[in-house]
Design a binder for this molecule. Structure first.
Ligand SMILES: C[S@@+](CC[C@H](N)C(=O)[O-])C[C@H]1O[C@@H](n2cnc3c(N)ncnc32)[C@H](O)[C@@H]1O
Length: 463
């Protein structure tokens, strides 16, 4: 049952439709038989099933490594060696990360450009694949740091094996070195970087790793691939939240050295504390992203202290928002021909106050200001609907007599109260169309951006 081929395991590819649209593995599932014909070392590692098909057993490290090596060679013209007692990188996930970075930076990966990249917590495959496939040039090589001697040695050899020394500098970092400050310290003080990327150790300890595994529902498959990660690759004090928090804090001291700071995350609950930290640090903007591939979901978090950077939304989140439209309210417009009226005040303060009044009085939704969520993300309210007050409003207005119970009477009296008092300064609100109000009960409503955090798919598969 562990033998897999693309034909035998269609369910395993269920998240692939949310892969980044430029990720080549979204379209091209590897043809193992062809790969074996083209690549003798892959042919020697893989096996045949009882029907004579070429298959890969993802639970056998040497087969998994042979597949990664063969794909790197075929698709990126890279020859690498991977230690079998360390994490064996899977390419679709790393490519999703790199394509997300391309989107943030607005770069065309086919055009070489001068700026450099900066890696924290990296190994050879990621750095080397990125440096050939993507856009930075020899003039300003990428810095790849690693605390594990064995990983660092393999990274260095892989870089040399492919003649990439002028593109990727590998450095062994002291265990207690700042994950961002150490690679920065290797560069000239005036050197500027386009981005930082990182795939940190996910867990604080074995108990946390076990807890993550326990979140899998019974209906989900167990992880398909072997975990060969060494403890230094899986664990760090405080886990990924602490690791990325350190990068974030260090980034606020070096905000001008790098345009975009990013990291991958293995656990969705890590997003929330990190977003709160970024808001406290006063970043100019930040974004999160879902990396979907196979049966594994990972997350990306990125931030910047500079203006003019925007973070794209993943296809996963876009589809999810489409299926659950966000709460939206249309601001009243000044009716034509109202000369002499004071100008409507569409300032953030005024619009925010208006939204709160409408929500509270008209829809009887409790609202709390989320003061600690101000800043980069705009104004936020925590909303809690205690009863359904909006679904039948159109019907009630059209048929006032039909719903003449106590609740409707209260509604109507509130509506008339609203029409007099709920106004954006200088602009009376004579109607609030219920067909521009949709959505569900309790949710974070980001008034300024109209975006809501995505409750993404949880995954417990390996890194
Ligand atoms: C989850 S693994 C990711 C490996 C690789 N970047 C990839 O995606 O395949 C985390 C890596 O970070 C390294 N690491 C841990 N602490 C680090 C630090 N402070 N600076 C640089 N690398 C570190 C670990 O040794 C390990 O190789």
């Amino acid at each position: 049952t562990q033998l897999q081929s693309q034909a035998a395991q269609p369910a395993a590819m269920s998240m692939n439709r949310f892969m980044h649209h430029r990720n080549r593995y979204r379209r091209e599932k590897p043809d193992f038989a062809q790969l074996a014909r083209d690549n003798p070392s892959f042919a020697a590692a893989c096996q045949l099933d009882d029907r004579g098909r070429v298959v890969v057993n993802f639970k056998l490290p040497h087969q998994l490594a042979a597949l990664t090596r063969a794909l790197l060679e075929r698709d990126f013209q890279l020859r690498v060696e991977l230690p079998l007692d360390r994490l064996i990188p899977t390419l679709p996930l790393r490519l999703n990360y790199l394509h997300w970075l391309e989107d943030i930076l607005g770069v065309d990966c086919s055009a070489p450009r001068p700026p450099a990249a900066l890696f924290a917590a990296s190994t050879s495959a990621l750095a080397a694949a990125a440096s050939t496939r993507f856009w930075w040039s020899a003039a300003t090589p990428a810095g790849a740091t690693e605390v594990d001697k064995r990983n660092a040695a393999y990274a260095e050899e892989n870089v040399a094996r492919n003649g990439l020394q002028d593109r990727v500098r590998v450095a062994l970092a002291p265990a207690d070195a700042g994950p961002l400050e150490f690679p920065l310290s290797l560069a000239e003080p005036q050197e500027q970087f386009d981005f930082c990327m990182c795939n940190p150790p996910f867990f604080a300890d074995a108990a946390e790793a076990q807890g993550l595994l326990n979140t899998r529902s019974d209906s989900r498959h167990p992880p398909m691939s072997a975990s060969t990660a060494a403890s230094v690759e899986s664990f760090s004090s405080g886990g990924e939240v602490m690791f990325v928090s350190r990068i974030a804090q260090e980034s606020s001291r070096h905000r001008d050295r790098c345009r975009v700071f990013t990291s991958m995350l293995g656990r969705k609950p890590s997003l929330k504390p990190l977003k709160r930290l970024l808001e406290r640090l006063g970043v100019a903007s930040y974004g999160t992203y879902e990396f979907c591939q196979g049966r594994v979901m990972r997350w990306g978090i990125g931030w910047t202290f500079q203006s003019g950077v925007s973070f794209p939304m993943s296809e996963f989140k876009r589809r999810k928002l489409q299926s659950r439209p966000p709460l939206t309210m249309q601001l009243p417009q000044r009716p034509a021909g109202e000369a002499g009226q004071p100008s409507p005040d569409y300032s953030l303060d005024s619009v925010f106050a208006w939204c709160k009044r409408v929500l509270k009085r008209r829809l009887r939704i409790d609202c709390w200001d989320q003061l600690n969520k101000q800043g980069a993300a705009g104004r936020r309210l925590r909303l809690s609907a205690k009863e359904v007050t909006w679904t039948r409003q159109r019907h009630r207005r059209r048929h006032p007599a039909a719903g003449a119970d106590k609740g409707d009477a209260a509604n109507r009296s509130q509506e008339s109260e609203l029409s007099e008092s709920d106004s954006i300064r200088g602009q009376g609100v004579s109607r609030l169309s219920d067909d521009v109000i949709g959505g569900q009960g309790d949710k974070d409503c980001d008034v300024a951006k109209g975006q809501k955090d995505n409750k993404g798919h949880d995954s417990a598969d390996g890194q």
